[in-house]
Design a protein around this ligand. Structure first.
Ligand code: ADP
Ligand code: MG
Length: 625
């Protein structure tokens, strides 16, 4: 008995085909992913069948997928063939399976196209559009199949992706399905074993069955992330990472985990040693590879981790994701959110562990990614609680080592209620900051915030563990009284009161509008002067940012505090009362003021000070002639 029947495609398939046939979609190589995934499904079902039933066609046949490029005559259209030894289909199944849309991915795809929500090309790659995607590259497709059931006859399904398809009897002696593709002329690049091998590697490297392109196996087959964590070694992880990225350096941290609830997940993630992946890297964009049942769904998935963790690379695999399985859209999205929550939590936990248990590894991590995390503070306000514990700073007591906020809070004396920080350009400049005088005297730790980003995020940080952040250039800070009898205030001044007042007046006239006020300091010890922010100083952190951006920068007006106990001030004040016209006085006031600006990281251009410094040197040399 022979048949040769013609069928019309269902309306929705016609619509899908019209889109696919005319698609100029750049990633149309996904057709191979879809066909391989179907073949792999058919093989899995065969394996399953044989658990209970040995009465099948070709019970001993190797379970594999073969891709071939048959030779064609000069001038003939090129072809490829994809063959599996899976469960196969009889005629009725061919009609049923390839003539109607059963596939959730395809249906979802159409719904989105209809809603006009996204570009067609953006959707194809993300959702398995299934078997029909072959018409992106094919002029004609012939599916020849033979079921595993001993009584079923082989049959063929033929279509050019237009309005209809044909089904006819066919010759095929072995079990499984063979998809013969006559390529469109503009898709003949696929009639090339090298290209096919690349494509298999890209999307189907971890399919559980061997995939041969020509005589050679093209896929690795074992998915390391599916192994149990006790089976995989550090060496395995490094090797896998290197293959995946071509990064020469091993990853700073490998994160391997699995869970079956609330959703199925197998993940193998990496923190690369370097943020810059280099020219040779195989991974060109941020995001992790998203797999479902060993088949790549998305090469760069950015939905699983926040932007400030987008340096994390690797694989997330969930069997619950609908590549082939029928699932509802809503469920699908909820699933991705579930996965994202699990992945994010786990990565953060690993980073915290790295920080607490392997400080020597956290240091390079921090140098590489610290700024990315700080950016996260600015862009993802809700993530403060996750990011703050990961931050590290130099401090007035850390001795060149980095401290965490937790360590800082832990060693705070009980009476201290605020977290103190000082802003500046570098550790060495803030280490000598006059603002530190009263803190040093009281043995209070101050964090050094010397990254422009620190100043940028400072206004967004209110508190950590119920301790408020406080910039110590604040004139209003109240510190506990010093234990010693002799405080800065009560100590006897080396200058008579009228001389000091005269000198303060001299500062006011010399600096004029540049300062809001000049006043004696109550706290300075080792420094002659300092600049403090007036109480209502808005934007005092932003001033620094503007300076870095070189935009709208005006030197902000501060309060100048003068230390009457400092020998330098005493000498200047005395000189000012004896020789009010001595040029040294104004020059020194100017220079002290500008020194303070530099120290604060507020000087627009320190080079401008050089002529005055030269003048001061000349005066000093003159005086000692
Ligand atoms: P899906 O794989 O999501 O079900 P497809 O459009 O990719 O959707 O395939 C449609 C159906 O065709 C499959 O469900 C399967 O029943 C059948 N099919 C496709 N390819 C094969 C194959 N190589 N072997 C056996 N059955 C196949
Ligand atoms: Mg499929």
């Amino acid at each position: 008995m022979t048949t040769n029947d013609s069928y019309q495609f269902k309306a929705e398939i016609k619509q899908l085909l019209r889109i696919l046939v005319h698609s100029l979609y750049k990633d149309r190589d996904i057709f191979l992913r879809e066909l391989v995934s179907n073949a792999s499904d058919a093989l899995t079902r065969m394996q399953f069948e044989m658990l209970t039933n040995r009465d099948v066609l070709d019970p001993a046949a190797e379970l594999s997928i073969r891709i071939e490029v048959p030779a064609v005559e000069e001038g003939e259209k090129k072809r490829i063939v994809i063959k599996d030894s899976g469960i196969g289909m009889n005629e009725a199944e061919l009609v049923q399976n390839l003539g109607t849309i059963a596939q959730s991915g395809a249906r979802e795809f159409l719904e989105r196209v209809r809603a006009g929500e996204e570009e067609v090309s953006d959707i194809i790659g993300q959702f398995g559009v299934g078997f029909y995607s072959v018409f992106m590259v094919a002029d004609e497709v012939r599916v020849v199949s033979r079921s595993y059931r001993l009584d079923d006859e082989p049959a063929a399904w033929i279509s050019d992706g237009g309005e209809s398809y044909r089904v006819e009897t066919a010759e095929k002696s072995d079990r499984g399905t063979e998809i013969q593709i006559i390529l469109k002329e503009d898709a003949d690049e696929f009639a090339n074993e090298w290209k096919l091998r690349q494509t298999v590697k890209k999307y189907s490297d971890f399919v559980r069955f061997p995939i041969f392109v020509g005589a050679e196996q093209a896929n690795q087959q074992t998915a390391l992330w599916r192994k149990s964590t006790s089976e995989a070694t550090e060496e395995d992880y490094n090797q896998f990472y290197q293959q995946m990225t071509l990064d020469f350096e091993p990853p700073l941290r490998s994160i391997h985990f699995a869970s079956d609830a609330p959703v199925h997940i197998r993940a193998l993630l990496f923190v690369p040693s370097k943020r810059d992946k280099g020219m040779m890297s195989l991974r060109r964009e941020p995001g992790v590879m998203l797999y479902s049942q060993n088949v790549l769904i998305q090469e760069y998935c950015t939905d699983l981790l926040p932007d400030w963790l987008n340096f994390v690379d690797g694989v997330v695999d969930s069997e619950d994701l609908p590549l082939n399985v029928s699932r509802e859209t809503v469920h699908n999205n909820r699933l991705v959110r579930h996965l994202a929550r699990m992945v994010r939590k786990r990565v953060l936990r690993e980073l915290e562990q790295l920080a607490s248990d392997e400080a020597d590894k956290y240091q390079p991590f921090w140098e590489e990614y610290g700024r990315v995390l700080k950016e996260g503070l600015a862009t993802d306000i809700g993530a403060k609680d996750e990011i703050l514990p990961l931050l590290r700073y130099n401090s007035s007591r850390s001795d060149g080592k980095l401290v965490s906020l937790d360590e800082y809070v832990e060693r705070m004396p009980e009476s201290q209620t605020e977290i103190y920080y000082v802003l500046g350009d570098s550790v060495s400049s803030v280490a000598n900051s006059p603002h530190l005088d009263p803190f040093k005297a009281r043995d209070l730790e101050v964090l050094f915030w010397v990254d422009p980003l620190d100043a940028f995020v400072a206004p967004m940080l209110n508190e950590y563990k119920e301790k408020t952040f406080r910039n110590i250039d604040d004139a209003e800070i109240e510190l506990p009284d010093l234990a010693e009898t002799e405080t800065e205030e009560t100590a006897e001044s080396p200058i008579p009161e009228p001389d000091f007042n005269l000198f303060v007046g001299r500062c006011v006239t010399t600096l004029g509008e540049r300062v809001t006020e000049v006043r004696p300091s109550k706290v300075l010890k080792d420094s002659p002067i300092r600049l403090v922010s007036p109480k209502d100083a808005a934007n005092r952190e932003m001033d620094r940012i503007y300076r870095h951006l070189d935009r709208n920068y005006e030197v902000p007006k501060r309060i100048l505090e003068v230390n009457r106990h400092h020998p330098l001030i005493a000498n200047l004040a005395s000189l000012a009362s004896r020789q009010p016209d001595n040029p040294l006085i104004n020059l020194s006031i100017e220079q002290l003021y500008e020194n303070a600006l530099v120290q604060e990281g507020l000087h627009p251009n320190p080079g401008d000070m050089l002529p005055r410094i030269q003048q001061l040197i000349s005066l000093a040399a003159e005086a000692h002639k």
